[in-house]
Design a protein around this ligand. Structure first.
Ligand code: ACO
Length: 335
């Protein structure tokens, strides 16, 4: 049976480090508030003048992942690009990345599942590989949030949490009957809650898609009903983790490391508590990167591998909840 196995990973952060103190110069907030409510100490943003889109960050991370896999770009037969901050309304960032990698014919698709983009992307890559439709897939999560944030006090609840960044994973089809690769996945969505976390404009249902009035109202900035999302995350994450562990006919004890989406340190601490996990079994790096949305899980994976917290034979669970609303978990064992 064909299994999707990870051959290499890479991450890339833009060089402009933004501390909580930097944010406090632009809006009414404080280092204490941000650390206490979110755990975030700093994040990376692209240069203030812009010039880098999600595909540019994704390119740097992809180059590293390809190099560590010992692959050339033209070894790829599919690119999956997860982002909520695409370079353009259309075409998708996957196509832009494909061209930047020097490719001219490789299929590329975008996944627009925000914080769970990596989970949906990994399950999609696994399905392509199991069905024989692809052998070597590049899965990328990349975000440029900073150019779309309201850095005045009006936007402080959202703007302090987001960071820019990218991470990429190379997945290869391996014929084996061993219990490796994606062991089980559970993906969910509840579109009735779309408006609890969204950027309203530009929107195809508005004519024109964006107006001066909408700009003045800040409709082009993200809106989040933070308290409700927080409560839901604390409920849904243990639920979906147990669902997927059961699906794989395993026990919580069999999972070496949980790698959750990095939305809020308190959410991940509550998840650990609900699951009865010691802090060494739940990976967190939100302190240094903030919430990098589609990039956050692969970014954490790349660091966990680098720190040798996991390696050959390890079983990890990736999980998260975000805009859509979408949530899910994927259980993976390294070959
Ligand atoms: N600095 C100082 N004060 C602030 C800030 C800030 N940056 N932001 C909000 N406040 C104030 C509020 O105005 C409020 O003041 P009030 O009590 O006088 O009205 C007070 O702090 C508390 O505000 P809350 O919104 O209740 O703060 P909370 O503790 O809920 O933290 C946060 C806000 C960090 C956004 C939290 O709700 C959260 O993390 N939610 C979940 C986020 C998440 O998981 N999102 C999904 C993934 S993201 C994606 O999919 C794109």
């Amino acid at each position: 049976m064909m299994k999707a196995v990870i051959r290499g990973t890479g991450r890339w952060l833009p060089p402009r480090k933004i501390s909580n103190h930097d944010l406090a110069q632009w809006m009414e907030t404080s280092d204490e508030w941000i650390i206490q409510r979110t755990g975030i100490e700093e994040r990376y943003w692209v240069a203030e003048e812009g010039g880098m889109g999600a595909s540019d960050l994704g390119l740097e991370a992809s180059r590293l992942a390809l190099e560590r896999s010992g692959w050339q770009a033209d070894d790829l037969d599919l690119i999956i690009f997860a982002t909520l901050s695409p370079d353009y309304f259309f075409p998708g960032s996957g196509c832009l990345l494909q061209a930047k990698l020097g490719l001219r014919d490789t299929p590329a698709l975008d996944i627009r599942q925000q914080c769970t983009g990596f989970l949906y992307g990994l399950a999609t890559a696994d399905a392509y590989i199991r069905s024989g439709m692809a052998q070597r897939i590049l899965l990328v999560g990349a975000e440029v949030h900073s150019t779309g944030l309201d850095v005045s006090t009006r936007g402080r609840d959202v703007s302090v949490i987001f960071g820019d960044g990218a991470a990429a994973v190379c997945l290869e089809a391996v014929e084996t009957s061993d219990q490796v690769g994606v062991l089980a996945a559970g993906l969910h969505a509840d579109g009735s809650m779309a408006e609890s976390l969204m950027t309203e404009a530009p929107a195809s249902c508005c004519n024109p898609r964006i107006s001066r009035e909408m700009l003045l109202q800040g409709k082009h900035y993200p809106y989040m009903d933070g308290r409700n999302i927080f409560k839901l995350a604390v409920k849904r994450l243990p639920e979906v983790a147990l669902e997927v562990i059961e699906k794989a006919r395993m026990e919580v004890e069999n999972v070496d490391l949980f790698i959750p989406h990095q939305a809020n340190l308190r959410i991940n601490q509550a998840f650990a508590k609900a699951m009865g996990l010691g802090k060494e079994r739940v990976f967190n790096n939100i302190q240094r990167y903030g919430n990098t949305t589609a990039a956050s899980i692969p970014l954490a994976l790349d660091e966990a591998l680098e720190q040798e917290l996991i390696g050959p034979g390890s079983t990890v669970m990736f999980l998260g909840l975000g805009s859509g609303l979408t949530w899910g978990a994927v259980l993976y064992r390294f070959i």
